[in-house]
Design a protein around this ligand. Structure first.
Ligand code: NAP
Length: 338
């Protein structure tokens, strides 16, 4: 099978290219080569997709499947202009950020409302908060369906992607924190929902979709679980028995400038409830029914930890630092013991 990955030099695109090589695909990765390198065994074609003609060099080849991870509307348009006629199946990696409602739990991709497409003057996400990210992905989804037809397009709206080579500080924070031991600040309630997908599972599903001609629009995420199961599962995957988790109220954390999701002073995989209760509690059943296979959490933890140990310089050090965590825990205990 001839498979073209538009990307392939980092995280999901790279994992997908790697797995495709292992599965015997004839793999081409087209990117600049700025973010990293394509995996061994894949052909790398250097292209800058800002150039409308950049993919013309591949137009004569014909591919059974294309997998595109872009966030830029023009990049998607140029790729479809150059390749749509000669490609059997087109997968576009979108995001759950396309949804208009992040409050309601249990929403399903087939009928959940999405944001409007990006306004005409916007081509890609802007600034540190990635303004227009969801809207740009909506625009690209529409372009792909329009140009490939619904019978040749697969739209995968990825949830939080975790695992080896994760460029974010989110899942790695919890691997680092639980392996360090001691009293761990666990945000919110043990029963709060969290949801994510292992990069290797998502890569496997993208290739399954390409190989079987799966079409339609799905959320690409695993089943939601409780935060207690996540933290105990991460500990278990690391071989840490009986982690000491101190659950701290959301309102107390917010009042002490502990932030949500990602970045400085943030506790990853934690968002405020009920306002953001839909973000990590989506209906994974359609994807699971359409071939998304989810590995045990312990495998994800071990793969992440092995990568963090092998490439420490590549691991982003975000989240609440140990001194700040200890200070918040001291204050919490003082309030609780009063
Ligand atoms: N991480 C998450 O938790 C998460 C959650 C939901 C959805 N997603 C989606 O999942 C996908 C993740 O994709 P990813 O991990 O493979 O990588 P990515 O971070 O989206 O990387 C973009 C890819 O495009 C290439 N690229 C960027 N600018 C280019 C240009 N001007 N010309 C040619 N190539 C260019 C990059 O390679 P070069 O820089 O080498 O050119 C890289 O391979 C994205 O679509 C993202 O929106 C991610």
């Amino acid at each position: 099978m001839r498979t073209l990955i538009l990307g392939g030099t980092r995280f999901l695109g790279r994992a997908t290219a790697q797995l495709a090589v292992e599965q015997g695909h004839e793999v081409t990765c087209a990117a600049r080569g700025v973010s990293g390198v394509a995996p061994a065994g894949a052909r790398f074609v250097p292209v800058d997709r800002d150039d409308p003609q950049a993919l013309a060099q591949l137009a004569g080849e014909g591919f059974d499947a294309v997998i595109d991870v872009t966030r830029q509307i023009s990049h998607a348009r140029y790729a479809l202009d150059a390749l749509a006629e000669r490609v059997g199946h087109w997968s576009f990696v979108s995001t759950i950020s396309v949804y208009a409602d992040h409050t309601t739990p249990g929403q399903t991709a087939s009928d959940a409302p999405v944001l409007p497409p990006a306004p005409p003057e916007v081509d890609g996400p802007v600034g540190p908060d990635h303004r227009w990210y969801g809207e740009c992905k909506v625009s690209i989804e529409e372009l792909v369906r329009e140009r490939m037809g619904v019978d040749r397009s697969f739209i995968c709206r990825a949830g939080l992607i975790v695992g080896a080579e994760d460029p974010s500080d989110r899942f790695p924070y919890w691997v680092r924190r639980l392996s360090a031991g001691g009293e761990v600040l666990a945000p919110g309630r043990p029963t709060d929902r969290v949801q994510f997908v292992d990069v290797a599972d998502l890569a496997g599903w993208l290739l399954h979709a390409a190989g079987t001609g799966l079409t339609g629009t799905y959320d690409g995420t695993g089943p939601a679980m409780s935060r207690a199961d996540l933290l105990h599962g991460v500990a278990a995957g690391l071989g840490v028995t009986d982690p000491v988790l101190t659950w701290v109220d959301q309102e107390f954390l917010l009042a002490h400038d502990v932030r949500e999701w990602s970045g400085e002073r943030a506790l990853p995989l934690w968002v405020r409830l009920p306002e953001t209760g839909g973000l990590m509690d989506r209906d994974a059943a359609p994807a699971l029914g359409a071939g998304l296979a989810i590995r045990p959490l312990s495998d994800t933890v071990r793969a992440t930890a092995a990568w963090m140990a092998a490439e420490p310089a590549a691991v982003r050090q975000g989240g609440l630092d140990p001194a700040d965590e200890a200070a918040v825990l001291r204050e919490w205990q003082a309030v609780r013991d009063r």
